[in-house]
Design a protein around this ligand. Structure first.
Ligand SMILES: [Zn+2]
Length: 431
């Protein structure tokens, strides 16, 4: 039995108060036993534990790049209490057996709740629907399905998938990328790609799939979630679809909120992502879309890669960058410190809403209130730190932020009342 009290933190960045925890549940401070641990948190912000809808853990298959354990540790350090693990592992998470294995390994480690996302199609091949029902009814209770990394390109397969998930209130999570329009693409198609002579990935290749899929979701009366929205046009399409009552949700990544295609001029493959970094106007539109609720959530697209897949020429490097440990600092810098959002909004886009979209809202994304599970993230918004790639918990080192200063960070994370990450200042508090 454990009991502690966090004193003086601003809950959701708003009113200062004390939050008491006993046996994993938030309780009235009067119900704490004598001698409970005290966490002095004046000047800190207490958020509901963060929930990531888009994480690559690489296990099974690429444990050299990340394991469920190293990814869970990176998650806890970044303030996350639950991460949705993408299906593009080896073997692919397209059966009840694989998703149960990932789910139970996450429980064993116990640092974050690992919630498997099932593949939409067998082997991510885009040809035959996976065993979605079996995954939904497995112990992993899969509700989200994605071929992430690859677009579900065939409109008939997409339609059938949308129809299928309705029976258990699931959603299809789409990596929107027209495969034909992006053949051989290396970066955003625009001025910079023209100057560098790299094959472009045009904005329309994302927007045309977003448009098709919101129309299909509307037609079928099902839920679609668009991953890593990256263009101004995609934001407009989602805004239009929502105004028509279509059940579409969307996410933005920290890197699409911060970086532009100008980074490609460095030829540093750490900046190579899919979808690619876009223009300054796109970044502005994604920030505005997140601030006004068109884009529902921030999701990391944490994509660890072993050094041999990144320490090479731009053209042959894999796409993707680490995200779990830097996301909160970037969101603070870009959205909070800029005045576009409050901490309460951060709680919405990084905890409440992702938990709802993932249908894990019974356990996560709960209000910070008596009787609720103590899944909590304590943030120090005034603790600037310099990203040190070598010090990250991830097994991989592919962060483009090494040497960059971020304004704040998670200083403590609690999963059902258990500290899963504690900054040096709190070390020893729970011994
Ligand atoms: Zn993706």
């Amino acid at each position: 039995m454990s009991a502690f009290i966090i004193t003086g933190a601003k809950v959701n960045g708003e009113v200062q108060g004390d939050v008491a925890v006993r046996d994993g549940v938030i309780v009235d401070p009067a119900d704490l036993p004598a001698g409970a641990t005290r966490i002095e948190a004046d000047g800190l912000v207490l958020l509901p534990g963060l929930v990531d809808l888009h994480t690559h853990l690489r296990e099974p298959g690429r444990e050299d790049a990340e394991t469920i354990e190293s990814g869970s540790r990176a998650g806890a350090r970044g303030g996350w209490v639950a991460v949705h693990a993408m299906a593009n592992t080896n073997p692919v998470a397209d059966t009840a057996g694989v998703v149960e294995q990932v789910w139970s390994r996450g429980r064993e480690i116990g640092l974050v709740d690992v919630i498997p996302v099932g593949a939409v199609t067998v082997g991510l091949k885009g040809e035959h629907l996976s065993e979605m029902g079996a995954m939904a009814h497995s112990r992993a209770r899969v509700r989200l399905f994605s071929d992430d990394g690859i677009c579900v390109y065939d409109p008939v397969i997409m339609r059938r998938a949308l129809e299928y998930v309705k029976s258990f209130d699931g959603a299809i999570v789409q990596h929107a990328q027209d495969l034909r329009l992006t053949e051989g693409s290396q970066m955003h198609e625009g001025e910079v790609s023209a100057e560098l002579g790299l094959t472009g990935w045009p904005a329309v290749a994302e927007e045309s799939i977003v448009a098709r899929d919101v129309l299909l979701a509307g037609h079928v009366g099902s839920r679609v979630h668009i991953q890593h929205l990256s263009t101004a046009g995609s934001v407009d399409i989602v805004r239009w679809a929502k105004s028509r009552g279509i059940h579409v949700t969307a996410e933005a990544t920290p890197h699409h909120l911060l970086l532009t295609h100008e980074e490609a001029r460095t030829y540093n493959p750490l900046f190579k992502v899919n979808p690619p970094l876009r223009t300054a106007e796109d970044v502005e539109a994604v920030r505005a879309g997140l601030a006004d609720g068109t884009i529902d959530i921030v999701a990391t697209d944490h994509a660890p890669h072993a050094s041999e897949d990144k320490d090479c020429e731009w053209a042959s490097a894999s796409s993707g960058m680490l995200g779990l440990e830097t996301a909160l600092g970037i969101v603070q810098q870009v959205m909070v410190d800029s005045g576009l959002m409050t901490w309460k909004d951060v709680a919405r886009v990084m905890s409440h809403t992702p938990a709802r979209i993932g249908r894990v809202e019974a356990a996560h994304g709960r209000p910070i209130a008596v009787g609720e599970p103590a899944n909590l993230t304590l943030v120090d918004p005034q603790a600037p730190w310099t990203v040190d790639a070598a010090a990250l918990a991830s097994r991989s080192r592919n962060t483009p932020y090494a040497g960059r200063e971020l304004p704040g960070r998670a200083v403590a994370t609690f999963l059902r009342g258990k500290p899963t990450h504690l900054d040096a200042r709190f070390e020893g508090a729970f011994e």
